[in-house]
Design a protein around this ligand. Structure first.
Ligand code: PEP
Ligand code: MN
Length: 353
């Protein structure tokens, strides 16, 4: 576990929010008073609620220090119930303010909005530099491009690997855009020195060893994509793995989930934004490209995601989508992207600035 996790109080670590003590029906008032005294001696303020059938004592605070077994063993107590949530570091209850994450100078979260754009995969230095310049001119603040690609078929283009990362670095030098790219295997981490944001893809969202290794190794921002059949709680638990290992800089990314619907590549439930906003303080990014699978859907979904309050977008843009080695059907051209950015700016200006 990372040092930051270790320095949390037990309350923060284990997320125990409250404890409810059910008092036996035949308990007398003096026994209840003794129990209240015991709780107070442990800095817990007891809230007694006396019904006609049952008395309940509610305890809110750092109840993690109390062994519920000891309380339960008392004569006067019928049962003890602890209320807790399994994710702590990511939990808004322990961190009420929105988190702003600094991605090599580009901020995201807590009112800062950022658009990551670029091709699904890096194909050549010319391609990535051309796209990087185009998306920057249109207003993108970070450049995406996959060098290690998680493809469904072993016969599909797997990405240029190390060479692809070098091309991304060239594009970064040319445009000064921070780069976002996927890490599939921790064995490659040393190649990622010049990478500004490490993407953990949908297929690896529950690769817990990878999450732990990357969280312990670096404090670079991690863009964590929701698994295609992961619940929101599972997404938060995966963020928790990274944070509990020592890296608090997690950006959550919704990219659609798999449902019975086949018209779109995945199904995007945009209510995930306000839902996550309530549960966590971490920034939330929407990926309209993988969520829909079709370039004509990227623009309206990107606009809607902006309006619903996402902290950012990640959009696939290719200079020649029909010839893209990966995800051409969902890739916007630079012109389409520029038009989407125009709308996004208007939405941001109208609703949030
Ligand atoms: C990608 O970003 O190109 C990608 C493979 O995304 P996901 O992990 O969401 O499928
Ligand atoms: Mn892709």
């Amino acid at each position: 576990m990372g040092r930051e996790f270790e320095s949390l109080t037990a309350h923060q670590k284990y997320g125990i929010l409250a404890m409810i003590i059910l008092i036996k029906k035949d308990a007398d008032a003096s026994q209840v008073e003794n129990l209240k005294g015991l709780l107070r001696s442990k800095n817990i303020e007891p809230h007694v609620s006396q019904g006609s059938l049952q008395t309940v004592i509610g305890c809110v605070g750092d109840v993690a220090e109390i062994d519920p077994g000891l309380i339960e063993a008392l004569d006067v107590v019928e049962s003890v119930q602890r209320i807790q949530e399994p994710y702590k570091a990511a939990n808004r209850k322990f961190h009420p303010d929105d988190t702003t994450i600094d991605c090599s100078g580009v901020k995201i979260g807590g009112g800062a909005f950022s658009v990551i754009a670029g091709p699904c995969s890096v194909e050549s230095a010319e391609q990535i530099i051309e796209v990087a310049k185009a998306v920057k001119a249109a207003g993108a603040t970070m450049l995406r491009g996959g060098a290690f690609k998680p493809r469904t078929s072993p016969y599909s283009f797997q990405g240029l690997g190390k060479l692809g990362l070098e091309m991304l670095s060239e594009a970064k030098k040319e445009t000064l855009l921070p780069i976002v790219t996927e890490l599939m295997d921790f064995a490659d981490i040393e190649l990622f020195n010049d990478v500004d944001v490490i993407q953990i893809g949908a297929r690896n969202m529950q690769n817990f060893n990878l999450l732990k290794e990357v969280g312990a190794y670096t404090k670079k921002p991690i863009l964590l994509k929701r698994g295609m059949s992961a619940t929101i709680q599972e997404l938060l638990m995966s963020a928790e793995y990274i944070m509990a290992s020592g890296n608090p800089n997690v950006i959550l990314c919704e990219r659609g989930i798999r449902t019975f619907e086949t018209t779109t590549r995945n199904t995007l439930d945009l209510s995930v934004v306000p839902v996550l906003r309530r549960l966590t303080h971490l920034p939330i990014v929407i990926d309209p490209s993988h969520a829909t699978g079709y370039s004509y859907l990227v623009d309206p979904v990107a606009v809607a995601a902006t309006a619903i309050g996402a902290d950012g977008l990640i959009i696939e843009v290719h200079n020649d989508p029909p010839r893209a080695k990966c995800d051409g059907v969902q890739s916007q051209t630079p012109a389409m992207f520029a038009s989407t950015m125009e709308k996004i700016r208007k939405v941001r200006a109208t609703l949030f600035e």
